[in-house]
Every structure is written in C-alpha cells, then in structure tokens.
Design a protein. Structure first.
Length: 235
C-alpha cells in the first residue's frame, strides 16, 4: 500500500504517547472547512511521486522501536482502503499502539477491525447534527452508516472518542445540544472533543474568511454539558 505521507514524529495525535502518523489519500466527504484538501482532491503528479511505500514505513518503525510508541492512521478517510487492515496488523504485531481516525461511514470494515483486534483507539468525527449532514455533502446512506459505527464503538471494549470541528456555518449553536442528545442516547460514558476551527487552509477557499467561535462560547459548552456520561473537552 502507498500512503500520501508520513509524519515521523507526532506528539499530538496520540496524547500521552510518542507517535508516528500516516496519511491516506481520498475521502467520501467534502467538508468545506477540511484542513487537508490535498488529501481529498485528486493528487497532482508531484504528490503521487511523493507517496510513501508501506515497506518504507514499516522499516522506519522497526528502527525506532522503544522510541515511538504509537501509530496514528488518518486521512483522507482510511477506511476507503481495504488494504489498510494488513498494514494495521503488521504495526500491531510489532507492538505499537494503533489509533484510527475515521468519519464512521464504513461500519462493516470498522467491525472487522475491532473483531481482528488491530486497533486500540478510534477517533470518529461527529460533523454536525444528524439532520444537517448535508452540509458536508454526506448522503443519507452515509448518515445511517455513521450511526451504525457509533453503536459499534459504544458497545466495544476499546477506548474511543467523537470530535466536532466547530465551524459556525456547519455546526450552529442549535446543533450542539442535538449532538449531545444522540451521544447520551447511547447509554454509555463517552469522550467528546470540541476542535477549534482554523481557517488558515480550507477545501473551500471561502471558508478562510469564516470567523471561528469565541473560546468563551466553547468553554461555556464544556461547563454546561460535562456530566457523569459526557467527558467533553476543548482540543
């Protein structure tokens, strides 16, 4: 398998663990605020030439056992690539903690990964209120798939989180309580991270002019929503 890129040292993607992060190319969503547009749009010739072979990544990890503790797999949308399972197995067998970032639209594949025990942590995007997923150009089938993935994670034995990038035109103030209602309905404790919107680089260039929520508003949400079920934080 070829990857779009490798970040050899990452201190943020797996909190508490020194990690390497690999990037897959391609996504089935078109979130206008996406901060990795080069992984969503068709690649340029230069980007194709810069792809990293799986064998190169495995070799790098092998040489840094004891220094690197975890491997984060992000994109794009990693679950669009069935061959990622084989890579995850290799990494897991090498003793690394494996984290997967996903939009949750491939529950059958996620179920397989959970069953095979090749993933230790899943971070899944909860884009906005369910009824407004059209704002990220998601189909009705994608929404149903996301809900299925959410149920899978809530009944799994691994650690997981949902995360919401707080773009005002995509996640309005009225959408936050709707997201929490869905999460509470799962009947389990959960982690919900609010990610501040950074307009520096966006898929839709017009979003570079959008103003982010004020920090005080996000802090108020944390104060109001935190309870025995909901571990909500700002990232």
């Amino acid at each position: 398998m070829k990857f779009a890129g490798l970040q050899k040292l990452d201190l943020l993607n797996c909190p508490g663990r020194v990690s390497a992060t690999v990037f897959t190319r391609g996504c089935n969503f078109r979130c206008p605020y996406c901060h990795n547009p080069s992984l969503v749009l068709p690649p340029t010739e230069a980007e194709l030439e810069a792809q990293v072979d799986e064998e190169e990544i495995i070799s790098y990890l092998d040489k840094r056992r004891g220094m690197i503790e975890a491997v984060a797999i992000t994109g794009g949308e990693p679950t669009l690539h069935p061959e990622i399972e084989g890579f995850m197995k290799k990494v897991k067998e090498m003793g690394f903690f494996v984290k997967l970032d996903t939009n949750g639209t491939n529950p059958d594949f996620l179920k397989k990964l959970l069953k095979e025990g090749v993933v230790d942590y899943v971070a899944m995007d909860f884009k906005t209120a369910i009824e407004h997923y059209d704002r990220v150009f998601a189909s009705s089938s994608a929404v149903e798939a996301f809900k299925a993935s959410l149920k899978l994670l809530s009944s799994s034995s691994i650690d997981w989180e949902v995360r919401t990038t707080c773009v005002p035109s995509v996640v309005t103030k009225e959408d936050f309580p709707k997201i929490k209602e869905v999460m509470d309905s799962l009947g389990v404790k959960y982690k919900w991270y609010l990610q501040a919107f950074n307009p520096a680089v966006t898929l839709d260039e017009s979003y570079s002019e959008e103003l982010a929520y004020e920090q005080g508003f996000l802090e108020k949400l944390v104060s109001e929503y935190a309870d025995e079920k909901c571990d909500i934080r700002i990232r």
